[in-house]
Write a protein that binds this ligand. Sequence first.
Ligand SMILES: [Zn+2]
Length: 227
Amino acid sequence: MQKKKMIVVQCWDDGVTTDARLTDLLRQLQIPATFNLCPGMYDKRARFGWIHKQTEVWRLGWDEMRSVYNGFTIANHSLTHPNLCDLPVTEARHEIAVARDRLQQFFGQPVMGFVYPFGAFNSTIMTLVKETGHCYARTTQPAEQSFPPANPMAFHPNCHFLSQDFWLQYENSRKWGLFYFWGHSYELISENLWQEFEVKLRRITEDPCSVWGELPQLFSGSDLTAT
Ligand SMILES: [Zn+2]
C-alpha cells in the first residue's frame, strides 16, 4: 500500500524587501509559499521600517509587490499591524476587512488566510476574522496539532523556521500529515543563514515522503491525500 505523503507548508510575515530574495529562491526551487501582508503599511516605494539585530528592515513598496510575489499566495496580516485585542470591535473589524479587500483588489486573487499581528487573538477577533471571509487564521504559538485543526481560526504552526527543533517537529508531524513553519525573511541576517535555509528547503524537496503544499488548498475541501 502506498503511504500518504506529509504536506509541508510555509508562510512569511510583514512584506519586507528581503522577501524579494526569498521569492527568487523559492521560484528557483519551485516551492510554494504564502506571504502575509499589511496593506496599510506600504508606500509606493520601499521605505525603512525598523532595526532587527543591527540590520535595517525595509518594507516593500507597492511598485514592487506584484513582481516580488508573482506566483505566490497572499494572505491578510491586518491593515496596520495593531494588537487587535486592544482595539474597539469596529476598529478591529476595519483592520481585518479593509485589508482583505485591498489585498484582493491589488493582487487579483482570493485572500483566504489571516495571520494575527503579534500573534494576539481572542474569541471576538476569531469571530471577526471568520465573518470577513477567511478560512483559517495563523497564530505564533508553536504546537503539535492534528490536521485539520480543531479550530481553523486558531491554526498553530508547528514551528518557526529558525527553531532549534525544526527537524524534530518535522518528524513528529508525520503522524498528522502536515508540517507548517513560518518566519520573517528579515531574520535571514547573514549569508550563512540563507545557505542553511536553502539546505533545509532542498532536504524537504528531496524527501520522498513529503510534498510541498499551498495553505488555502488545505481548507478548500479538496482531497488532502497526496500520494
Ligand atoms: Zn507581523
